[in-house]
Ligand binder design. Sequence first.
Ligand SMILES: NC(=O)c1ccc[n+]([C@@H]2O[C@H](COP(=O)([O-])OP(=O)(O)OC[C@H]3O[C@@H](n4cnc5c(N)ncnc54)[C@H](OP(=O)(O)O)[C@@H]3O)[C@@H](O)[C@H]2O)c1
Length: 325
Amino acid sequence: MKAIRYNDYGAPDVLRYQEIEKPIPEDKEILIKVKSASVNPLDWHMMRGRPLFMRVSTGLSKPKHNGLGADVSGVVESVGAGVTKFSPGDEVFGDVFETGLGSLAEFAKTREDKLVLKPKELSFDEAAAVPVAAITALQGLRDTGRIQSGQSVLVNGASGGVGSFAVQIAKSFGAQVTGVCSTRNLKLIESIGADHAIDYTKEDFANKEDKYDLIFDAVGNRSVPDLAKALKLNGRCVIAGFTNMSRLMHHIFRGAWESKTSSKWVGLMPTAHMEQKDLEFLADLLAANKVHSVIDRVYPLEKAAEAIEYLETGHARGKVVIQIS
Ligand SMILES: NC(=O)c1ccc[n+]([C@@H]2O[C@H](COP(=O)([O-])OP(=O)(O)OC[C@H]3O[C@@H](n4cnc5c(N)ncnc54)[C@H](OP(=O)(O)O)[C@@H]3O)[C@@H](O)[C@H]2O)c1
């Protein structure tokens, strides 16, 4: 089968489109004929081996696993003997990250608890856009952010992969949502349901009079004092985005101090984990038309390096999808 592989860390030109062996599903695993995949910042971090601390688990000088891509949608090709929930021919979507073989391939495999049935209403591209980005938004808002109906919620980075889902998921929880984006994306975030939009090239949300019950930060570029300034008393700020190591350390330590010494909580969300019940929850929201995948660009598999290069600019509008023909 054709797949994207990389043997060294580096820029997108380390990615090779090549012929490799088709994976074989083990006991609890499912082999998927991939229709679409989507890319996330996670993929270019894996490709570059950056930040360096991640190499403790991904391989010190070379990647331990050579496949790339977590998000997948496709058709079940075959199943291991211990699989009970899926059969060949089922249309599914989910996550293949843990196998290390990647979704940027004609076939991918994963455990059955990392997949759900794809609602008929969704295209394969729309379904592939969902897993990592929407699970991050859902778990950040609901579990770390403790979102409640009627709250005022600010989403920083509202036009990106995670942010575009965060705006819609926060609306589905009954929140009043303000999205922060650049000028060219104002209409986009209003079209997906944001009640208000702030253009970060013209206004600083930290210096406005409006204060929020919950901030979901999908960029990770702001200081803790700035984030805290924009919160109401007892407000919470969930940081999902990563910009660099010194910002990350600031978010961890200054956030812990802010949370201990004031009524506001500012901190990182834990790494999103692919829970089947959460994928099912999202599948229902998508099938009910309450949430849509915002797709920016679609690339063929052989151009995956270009897709990652585009995502690395940090200015994608929604998700970048890879189609496997
Ligand atoms: N904690 C976790 O488990 C987890 C999981 C997934 C992702 N993440 C992290 O979450 C972050 C977002 O991921 P993503 O998939 O949404 O990335 P993305 O799609 O690459 O985000 C791009 C978006 O960020 C916006 N943006 C860039 N600079 C901005 C600024 N200064 N203010 C407001 N918006 C800005 C861009 O809007 P403009 O073009 O308008 O500037 C663009 O729409 C990444 O750092 C990623 O590593 C964390």
